[in-house]
Design a protein around this ligand. Sequence first.
Ligand code: AMP
Length: 130
Amino acid sequence: MTAYDESNVFAKILRGEIPSKPVHEDEHALAFPDINPLGPTHILVIPKGKYVSFEDFAAKASEAEIVGFVRAIAETAKKAGLTQAEGGQGFRLIANAGPAAHQEVPHLHMHILGGGNLGPVGMQKSRDKA
Ligand code: AMP
């Protein structure tokens, strides 16, 4: 696994060098809209710690960071009005990890997609290729 790159765009957002409009922020995580939304609601949630990917986070993050990140994702979905408990229609979570998944930014981020009917998960193509 590659070492953490301090110059990645989400590290710059965390350091305040690039502006963002937080949807949610707490001790462990920051959530902000994706700059190139794939649907009506597309938010990214990132841990504040320096983790390259989900794989890196799962291996090295503390239990408090892991719980904090998961709860921050849920809180962000709630604030965006996507959770069924809040009357929303649901949402999809995606974390691309590594080159096969086309992870572009090497700081763990969870995509939250929602705001409409998302259709089934687009796995058919990769299954056909296998
Ligand atoms: P991934 O392919 O999973 O690494 O996704 C990276 C995501 O980061 C893409 O959906 C980009 O649109 C998004 N992105 C890149 N730069 C920014 C930025 N400055 N603010 C918000 N989203 C960004």
